[in-house]
Write a protein that binds this ligand. Structure first.
Ligand SMILES: Cc1cc2nc3c(=O)[nH]c(=O)nc-3n(C[C@H](O)[C@H](O)[C@H](O)COP(=O)(O)O)c2cc1C
Length: 196
């Protein structure tokens, strides 16, 4: 029997009606149906200030350590990224910066890459625009690879996101659902092979 892959899902938006949060929910449901053991977190549930090394010197915030633990515990991730000015959001960058910052002298977290190294990451984005936030993914991929993640070659950018979801929160177009499924399947398959 194949052990279910622990899969982490999060979006880089805290907006109540966020398209990226909706897409993350859809991707999490598809991953669950594919047999993954899904942890879907909301970044709004973590009290993480704007990164500041002076603040960090006084002690890494408890919720940053929680995020390090969660990231590290999941060999596979789905990251859903909004696009601001052709790149990822400040929230996304701030979260990654904190989680990748080593805690000096800490017996567990003295390596900044520890929460990231070896993770298989599927990238998704959603935007009301025609490119679906694709440019945010082209920036996010090298950032994550620099932290030693394996970024899945299949990605999906959902364009015209304002019209993409039905009242039930589901993706309307079967082709969009199939594209999300393609990313989910590739991530789970690669994570199984790398960790099997
Ligand atoms: C400062 C700012 C810059 C933006 N730049 C882009 C952009 O470059 N490309 C794009 O497709 N959408 C851009 N948008 C629109 C966002 O894609 C849109 O607000 C989207 O709904 C944000 O994601 P969310 O719904 O998950 O919160 C921008 C929005 C803001 C606030």
């Amino acid at each position: 029997m194949i052990t279910p892959t622990p899969l982490l899902v999060f979006a880089g938006s805290t907006r109540a009606q966020s398209f990226n949060r909706q897409l993350a929910t859809q991707a999490a449901a598809l991953a669950k149906a594919a047999g993954a053991q899904v942890t879907h977190i909301e970044l709004a549930d973590f009290d993480v200030p704007l990164y500041n090394a002076d603040l960090e010197a006084k002690g890494t915030p408890r919720d940053v350590v929680r995020l390090k633990e969660i990231f590290h515990a999941h060999p596979a991730w789905l990251v859903v990224s909004p696009e601001y000015n052709g790149s990822y959001t400040a929230l996304m960058k701030n979260t990654i910066d904190w989680v990748s910052s080593p805690i000096k002298g800490d017996p567990v977290w003295s390596s900044g890459t520890k929460p990231f190294a070896g993770k298989v990451v599927g990238l998704l984005s959603a935007s009301p625009g025609a490119l679906g936030g694709l440019r945010s993914l082209s920036h996010l991929a090298p950032l994550l690879m620099n932290l030693q993640c394996w970024v899945a070659p299949k990605q999906f950018a959902l364009s015209k996101a304002g019209e993409a979801f039905g009242a039930d929160g589901q993706l309307v177009a079967e082709s969009s659902r199939a594209s999300v499924q393609g990313v989910v399947d590739q991530v789970l398959n690669a994570a199984q092979r790398l960790n099997g």
